[in-house]
Design a protein around this ligand. Structure first.
Ligand code: B12
Ligand code: SF4
Length: 588
């Protein structure tokens, strides 16, 4: 087989999670991943497609998922026998800092001459510190769009060229100095980049590695997909490391880059041709303005896609906009994150709408046939107290009552965890927003991840809630919400009982850990922890879907979720990526 130019590896949050006891907590309850955050950045798909389109060979290996699936999977062996031109690792989510650095170290141990490249938002934020502190990392490619600079870097590595003129690059300059090239490659649109699932399918076959490309643990039974409207954001939520202000200071992005709405529709058509599963549209289609959203919906109308399509809204859309969605998409679903029932807390956080407009939207969406409406609330917000968290659950009860008998209004509550996002306004100016930080540097975050429970991993507390209060209000709210869901028939009694049992067990063990952490002798502490948390079993027993069931997140799919004939055809054909607009968009 020809040499692979780049192997992109996705690490687990904590490298030896299979051996190390710990309660990772409900940190991933409202995303498809486990607390190991095995989902790789979707940008891996566009990097792979772009680099291959320009003549390089790329392979993605989801190490986190392989470790999760197979207790005996030997990471070191895999790395030892892999011999690409370079390795790439994502340090996109800060939660992966321990795992990413551990993998980088292993790579260098086996392949001292092979370049190790890091990328993603957290690597961008900490680029200089990473290169200064960790000699096993050679390059950081900064920014939210690294397709082009990464191509230039790989070409320079292969051709022994120099790195001086490669935009967005921070690297070690032979000696011990660090060179920081300007972050000047910031594309204004996303039309030359594609998240093309057909590309991924082909690579799965090329490398005969369905697990290496699998996005998360249950993907083959629930193959949810995503399309992207943008990179960047025009909102400025105070705890978000992807806000307009953060993108400006960290990634030199002045305004979001959007994907042409007609290309976005095509992305969905291509998915619908192959998979009969739900598609999540990331980013509010009305964020760039009315015209963008309406052009997209006009395009969608040309084909009656029956896949469930989930829309994410940053503010409740008007009835008129919802009507357009209902006309274009038979199975539409809605996701919105009010964060808190308390309008003051919500406003301070950065969401500019009141409960009246939220409730108006829910009523309209039900009226117009929305198949499902998910509401996401959070703990750990500026201005939010323990009491306020529990009042959020009361508000959920009010909503469920008010919109009865609609059976698909589904509230969730989860913590702002494991970390307050580096680069967010609250991280940059903690005092101003009422936060107290326990970690600021890469190393402090890396160390925190090795703590035995998510309470000690949390990198913050607030003026209104200590870490204890954030943790226990989350469990208490989760317990109450779980009961409500059973009461209103959103989940069955058996599920509710098992969630409640899990919450209670998790709280019990969290308190035991608190007692152990108070022991002064570190050896005794370790022994005591080992005795209550049996290795990776603790992950499954106390951290998986603690405050709600993963199944609650799932939009409906059909029994047969893949169009196998179309998939085989795609594998046999050479198709163009989805980066240019056809003169008319119709069934392909
Ligand atoms: C969509 C999204 C998600 C999706 C993820 C889809 C996916 N698989 O990528 C979902 C909803 C699942 C999600 C989950 C989480 N998310 Co999120 N998410 C976003 C969001 C809204 C958009 C990201 C996006 O559009 N990316 C565009 C894609 C195409 O690019 P990309 O994947 O980032 O990849 C590009 C670059 O990052 C870079 N890159 C990435 N990896 C590598 C590797 C190398 C070697 C190189 C060179 C480059 C590189 O190049 C890529 C292509 O140019 C951002 C906010 C924002 N405004 O950006 C938050 C954001 C990224 N998420 C965040 C967080 C905290 C999380 C969670 C940890 C939350 C939680 N506790 O559950 C989880 C982690 C999930 C996991 N890994 O299992 C934070 C990250 C802050 C930080 N620095 O740590 C952000 C910034 C804001 C937020 N709070 O939501 N998220
Ligand atoms: S949390 Fe707010 S700032 Fe962050 S991506 Fe979502 S809407 Fe944008």
């Amino acid at each position: 087989m020809a040499t692979i130019d780049l192997i992109l590896l996705h690490p687990p949050t904590l490298y030896d999670f299979r051996k190390r006891p710990g309660i990772h907590g409900p940190i991933s309850d409202v995303v498809p991943s486990t607390p190991i955050f095995e989902m790789y950045p979707i940008g891996f798909a566009s990097l792979s497609e772009y680099l291959e389109r320009h003549g390089l060979r790329v392979r993605i290996i989801n190490i986190a998922l392989k470790m999760l699936k197979d207790r005996r999977f030997d990471v070191e062996r895999l790395i030892q026998k892999s011999k690409p031109v370079a390795f790439g690792l994502d340090l996109h989510w800060m939660a992966h800092v321990q795992g990413a650095l551990a993998l980088a170290e292993i790579i260098k141990r086996f392949h001292p001459e092979t370049p190790v490249i890091l990328g993603g938002l957290s690597a961008t934020y900490y680029h200089e510190e990473i290169l200064r502190q960790y000699p096993f990392v050679d390059f950081v490619v900064k920014g939210d769009s690294t397709e082009k600079p990464l191509l230039q870097l790989l070409r320079a590595i292969k051709g022994k060229g120099d790195f001086q003129n490669i935009p967005n690059l921070t690297y070690r300059d032979g000696g011990n100095g660090i060179r920081v090239n300007p972050l000047s490659y910031v594309p204004e649109n996303l039309d030359d980049m594609a998240i093309d699932y057909r590309h991924i399918m082909k690579k799965v076959v090329r490398y005969a590695d369905p697990v290496g490309y699998q996005p998360f643990i249950d993907w083959y039974t629930y193959p949810v997909t995503a399309v992207f409207t943008c990179r960047g954001c025009s909102y400025h939520c105070k705890t978000c490391g992807g806000s307009s202000q953060t993108f400006r200071s960290m990634a030199n992005r002045r305004r979001p880059a959007y994907r042409d709405p007609r290309l976005l529709a095509q992305d969905i058509f291509h998915i619908a041709d192959h998979l009969l599963a739900p598609v999540m549209i990331i980013g509010d289609i009305f964020q760039p303005g009315e015209a963008y959203g309406l052009t997209f919906l006009q395009e969608m109308k040309k084909r009656r896609i029956t896949n469930h399509i989930a829309f994410e809204f940053f503010v409740p859309p008007s009835r008129d906009r919802l009507e357009r969605i209902a006309e274009a998409i038979p199975n539409f679903n809605i996701e919105i994150s009010p964060e808190s029932h308390d309008e003051e807390v919500r406003k301070t956080f950065g969401r500019p709408y009141d409960n009246k407009s939220l409730e108006r939207m829910i009523g309209d969406a039900i009226d117009l046939g929305s198949k499902r409406i998910d509401l996401f609330f959070m703990t750990g917000l500026p201005g939010q107290t323990y009491h306020s968290v529990l009042e959020t659950v009361d508000y959920c009860q009010y909503l469920l009552k008010r919109f009865q008998p609609y059976p698909k209004l589904i509230p969730f509550i989860s913590p702002l965890a494991p970390f307050l996002d580096p680069g967010s306004a609250a991280f940059e100016e903690p005092e101003r927003y009422g936060y107290r930080l326990f970690c600021r540097t890469v190393e402090e975050h890396r160390q925190a991840l090795m703590a035995p429970s998510w309470k000690y991993i949390l990198n913050y507390e607030t003026r209104w809630m200590s870490r204890d209060e954030i943790v226990y209000s989350t469990y208490e709210a989760g317990k109450r919400l779980n009961r409500l869901k059973a009461e209103f028939g959103l989940i069955d009694r058996k599920t509710a009982e098992s969630v409640e049992r899990r919450i209670e067990a998790a709280v019990r063990v969290m308190k035991q850990i608190d007692e152990i952490m108070a022991l002064s002798d570190p050896k005794e502490r370790e022994r005591a922890l080992d005795s209550i948390l049996p290795g990776d079993l603790s992950l499954h027993a106390y951290s998986m879907s603690t405050v709600c069931e993963k199944k609650e997140l799932e939009w409906p799919t059909r029994f047969i979720r893949m169009n196998f004939i179309k998939i085989v055809k795609t594998l046999l054909m050479r198709r163009k990526p989805n980066v240019s607009l056809p003169s008319s968009t119709g069934p392909s």
